[in-house]
Design a binder for this molecule. Structure first.
Ligand code: FNR
Length: 377
């Protein structure tokens, strides 16, 4: 496995088809999903030669801490579906590479257990839930467990229309249907671990949600029943105050929204379309960086995720004005392919590609990657 595409192939071979579809899929026609990666091809890299690129420094200051990489791990729900190392394997891999791990509200490991597993930097991703008391409880638990940052995802008023999951009848925990039995039976190792440890639960919210404790529920139905659709910028301002530390708003794509994020006191926005899993037809996040940077100047840190599959993609995003990037599926492919070691492999691949691209481009520090290194195609 020499690249992220190789890890993806291995993940596909190891997972039952409905689980791989849940990992891989996007909303509606998956136009945004495809566009997210393709959009990087609209920018060519313009090298600057003879710059002494012997020593590289790819450390990145973000959210009040210094990361060893200019990219980190986006929040993704239900890691236990992909490998029994689940969130603990992922956060340990992130720690080994000195980068930030984001834990999703929809995780299958308690936030306290993730905090205890490593001393590395961590961010908790929260949704504004109908039960506002539960949201406030999350803030207190994260404060008690010393999470560095809180990240509010705002592009999930309702669940996106993920047709692969509808077709597969994807539920939580997964129910093996007769017509898919063969696909599950072919994934012996995955199935064996599931039968040994059938612990796929949204444990961070489970104590309140009997729907998750008992029986299986459609994922889309769960999201639609729990997420608060009345939420506005005033609620975000309230949450920023409750938290009192580095605060990230995830799911921003327009310059106007980025300006509102400054007004409510956010530290950073994640320019993201949820990996093409929410509103299909939204632009590729990489195309939103420059307009947002122009609108907010340096009042916000800009993080970009969506479609990053190569180190050169990270370089292009940084050249367009991002402070850092984040990845979702690439590390999940690694997790499915080989647990913690697979996640480490995904980080290693991107780190090596990034270093090679930077040297060939003629830059030796992340801050030296600039717009002049790009040529629009
Ligand atoms: C996600 N994403 C996500 N985002 C979020 O804020 N909370 C969540 O619980 C999840 N869950 C989730 C599950 C899975 C299986 C995937 C693939 C994605 C979106 C994620 O944080 C990120 O925005 C995208 O994954 C980025 O796109 P790439 O890197 O996957 O192309």
């Amino acid at each position: 496995m020499h690249n992220i595409a190789g890890l993806r192939d291995r993940a596909r071979a190891k997972l039952p088809a409905p689980i791989f579809d849940y990992l891989e899929g996007g909303a509606d026609d998956e136009w945004s999903l495809r566009r997210n990666t393709k959009a990087f091809d609209d920018y060519a890299l313009l090298p600057s030669q003879l710059n002494n690129v012997d020593r590289l420094d790819i450390k990145t200051d973000l959210l009040g801490t210094t990361l060893q990489l200019p990219f980190f791990l986006s929040p993704t729900g239900m890691s236990r579906l992909f490998h029994h190392h689940k969130e603990l394997g992922v956060c340990r891999a992130a720690d080994r590479f000195g980068t930030l791990y984001s834990l999703s509200t929809m995780a299958t490991t308690r936030l306290e257990d993730v905090a205890a597993a490593t001393a590395g930097p961590k961010m908790f991703q929260i949704y504004m839930l109908k039960d506002r008391e539960l949201t406030r409880e999350f803030v207190q638990r994260c404060q008690a467990s010393h999470y560095q940052a809180l990240c509010l995802t705002v592009d999930t008023a309702v669940a996106g229309n993920r047709e692969r999951d509808r077709v597969n009848g994807m539920t939580m925990p997964p129910k093996i249907r007769f017509k898919q039995a063969l696909s599950y039976a072919g994934c012996f190792s995955w199935l064996w671990h599931l039968l040994r440890q059938p612990d796929i639960k949204l444990v961070n919210v489970a104590h309140r949600e009997d729907a998750l404790g008992k029986g299986a529920m459609g994922l889309i139905d769960y999201v639609n029943s729990q997420f608060d659709r009345t939420v506005t910028w005033d609620d975000v301002a309230w949450l920023v105050q409750q938290w009192g530390g580095p605060f990230v708003i995830k799911g921003i794509q327009s310059p106007e929204d980025a300006k509102r994020a400054v007004q409510v006191g956010a530290t950073a926005v994640m320019i993201s379309n949820h990996g093409g899993r929410q509103l299909d037809g939204t632009p590729a996040p990489v195309d939103c960086i420059a307009p947002i940077r122009q609108a907010v100047g340096d009042q916000l840190e800009l993080i970009v995720d969506g479609g990053i599959r190569r180190g050169s993609h990270i370089v292009k995003a940084l050249a367009l004005g991002a402070n850092a990037c984040a990845i979702g599926r690439p590390y999940l492919y690694g997790l499915a392919a080989g647990g913690q070691a697979g996640v480490e492999k995904s980080l290693y691949i991107l780190q090596q590609e990034l270093a090679c691209t930077m040297r060939l481009l003629g830059v030796s520090r992340v801050n030296d990657i600039q717009y002049k290194h790009l040529m629009k195609q």
